[in-house]
Write a protein that binds this ligand. Structure first.
Ligand code: F6R
Length: 612
């Protein structure tokens, strides 16, 4: 969502903060700002609607000298994204400055109370209320740490905050409730951030704050406490990736880089976890629940957006190969619809970021009801990864592009591994089938490379359809969720309206939309539904819709039915959602770039949605 960076040390803080904000911009990018305390203990700041680069181009570096500072890149929740509402915010006396991720739900009540005390406000934000609340307590206690603690004890909602006080200019205080926050320990310096991407350039030694904790950071020391003032000892952890992994590496966009990384990211998901001779799968993180999974009477999968689509594929394959009833729920609905969950149930939580507020809330609800919560998460050390009962990392590597690509295919691979593990031990997958699947799995990275090599074909089709107003995506069976995901990718980065449906559903309503202006993407790779898909294509052709098919390399029959064909290699049905997703990722990428859309930072979206 929004991004926080802070610095305290011997170096000039501004460049470090700007560098960090640029790395975090994928989390929110409607406005940005920095505040720095100089040698004379004055707070100077600059903030602006727009991208970090615009802020950097406009500000006067001289004024913002100082070795302690905080910065923010925003995704608006309260108040429109203009210069005034950008962070950092101040109390009315300009003693306290604060950057904040999250939502203070009772800000109206707090604002009323402060107004009665004579406080005035110059922005529409909930954050400014918190700055004033801290100042309110500072005036009576004359102690920054106590003031922050007392203010936070009145706050309801979610926050990750970093704040500074002009009267105590030697420290940054940070606190967290439901919104990630960590700090990196350098030599005589500490770098604060909501995301390791802003820290890894300086140090790999990080400390993650937990919910309900705050830390007082000085240049050469730190102290972690709960908001209720209990001391906390926390181990230093290592960031597991390098700077190169979060840079574009010669690609025009992160999204393109991440699409092209899939031969490696898929391999990283299964590396060391499968015996290619026997098909035996070992997932260390799930050892403690293996028996429970094998004997499960019901599995529930939940997540949001792309992760939810991965869950739908999971439902199809777990039911097909393990014969365990499986349901998929939107995480955002799960918590509020009083779900029927018992301690015998297993709930899988799929999340790239491991920070999505809706998924986290669903996890808490499932745990409260006694279910076993299993995470399928990408970001190591993220909140969901830490709070589930156990889990498996997908190891896709950092995903910076807002539209999820490589994380999706790695989520599918993780679900396949879980399926194989259960299926083998339940005896619902035969030895020979398992061996065949393991052999094909080994061949998958090479097949993904072949798809990537054909990217000019996808570009050509994208050029043809870049001005379309609507798109329909249709698939069946394992590939119905792939149709949903294809449509989501297109709408989020190109702003073209797109819908995904199970192909046969089309005649129950959406067929009314078909005319010569409607491109329809069919996932038509050969499996047991192929003949049915061909019939569905005929129905669209009869109404003059434009047919784009995803088809296997050796399928010549499809030539008779398609206006455009995006080819993929043959594979087993269980892997077809992985291969078929990749041309769809390219198609949306090239359509969006042909329309001059900012694919890495699409409007209104943020990489990780940490508010409900
Ligand atoms: C779409 C996309 C989103 C996320 C969703 C869940 O490209 O990225 O739909 O999939 O917000 O995010 P995570 O997986 O981080 O929980």
């Amino acid at each position: 969502m929004c991004g926080i960076v802070g610095y305290i040390g011997k170096r000039n803080s501004l460049n470090i903060i700007f560098d960090g904000l640029k790395r975090l911009e994928y989390r929110g990018y409607d406005s940005a700002g920095v505040a720095v305390i100089n040698e004379k203990n004055e707070i100077n700041y600059f903030k602006k609607a727009g991208k970090v680069k615009e802020l950097e181009n406009e500000f006067n570096g001289e004024v913002l000298e100082g070795k302690i500072g905080i910065g923010h890149t925003r995704w608006a929740t309260h108040g429109e994204p203009n210069d005034n509402n950008a962070h950092p915010h101040f109390d009315m006396n300009k003693n306290i400055t604060i950057v904040h991720n999250g939502i203070i739900e009772n800000f109206k009540t707090l604002k009323k109370k402060l107004t009665q005390e004579g406080y005035t406000f110059s922005t529409d934000t909930d954050t400014e209320v918190l700055a004033n609340l801290i100042e309110y307590y500072y005036k009576s206690k004359n102690n920054f740490e106590i003031a922050v603690r007392l203010a936070l004890s009145e706050v309801e909602g979610t926050y990750g905050i970093a704040c500074m006080c002009k009267s105590e200019p030697d420290k940054i205080i940070i606190a967290r409730m439901g919104s990630p926050l960590m700090f990196g320990l350098g030599k005589d310096e500490i770098i604060v951030s909501s995301d390791a991407a802003a820290i890894v350039n300086h140090t790999k030694n990080v400390i993650y704050l937990e919910d309900g904790e705050m830390a007082v950071l000085k240049r050469d020391s730190f102290q972690i406490k709960t908001i209720d003032d209990e001391d906390i000892q926390r181990e230093v952890q290592q960031i597991e990736y390098d700077l190169e992994e979060i840079e574009k590496g010669g690609f025009e966009h992160f999204m393109l880089k991440e699409i092209c990384e899939q031969p490696e990211s898929i391999q990283n998901t299964y590396r060391g976890r499968i015996n290619f001779e026997t098909g035996e799968v070992k997932l260390g993180g799930l050892d403690s629940v293996k028996e429970k999974l094998i004997n499960a009477k019901r599995i529930i999968i939940t997540g949001c957006g792309t992760a939810w689509h991965a869950g739908l594929v999971g439902e199809y394959i777990i039911e097909q190969f393990c014969r365990i009833p499986t349901e998929v729920e939107y995480a955002s609905e799960f918590r509020y619809r009083n779900p029927v969950i018992s301690k015998d149930d297993i709930v899988l939580f799929i999340s790239q970021s491991g920070e999505t507020a809706d998924t986290r809330a669903a996890m808490k609800e499932a745990q409260r009801l006694g279910a076993t919560a299993i995470g399928i998460v990408n970001v190591v050390g993220s909140t969901i990864a830490r709070e589930v009962d156990c889990g498996t990392y997908i190891h896709a590597g950092p995903e910076i592009g807002v539209a999820s690509t490589k994380a999706f295919t790695s989520q599918l691979m993780s679900l396949i591994l879980i399926t194989l593990m259960i299926g083998k031990h339940k005896g619902t997958i035969s030895e020979s089938e398992l061996k065949e699947i393991a052999k094909e799995l080994k061949a998958l990275p090479e097949k993904i490379k072949q798809i990537i090599e054909k990217r000019n074909d996808y570009k050509f089709v994208a050029e043809e359809f870049k001005d379309s107003k609507n798109f329909l995506y249709l698939g069946r069976g394992f590939n119905f969720p792939v149709a949903l995901e294809g449509a989501l990718k297109l709408k989020e980065i190109s702003y073209i309206h797109a819908e995904g449906y199970p192909a046969a559903e089309m005649k129950h309503g959406p067929i009314a939309l078909i005319d010569e202006n409607m491109p329809v993407v069919f996932i038509a790779t050969k499996d047991k539904t192929y003949d049915k898909i061909i019939s569905n294509i005929e129905e669209i052709k009869a109404r003059k819709g434009k047919i784009i098919t995803i088809a296997t390399d050796d399928d010549t029959e499809i030539n008779n039915y398609s206006d455009y064909i995006l080819r993929v290699p043959n594979t087993l049905p269980i892997f077809s959602p992985i291969l078929n997703s990749i041309p769809l990722q390219f198609l949306s990428y090239y359509i969006a770039t042909a329309r001059n859309c900012n694919v890495d930072q699409p409007r209104n979206l943020a990489k990780s949605v940490t508010v409900e």
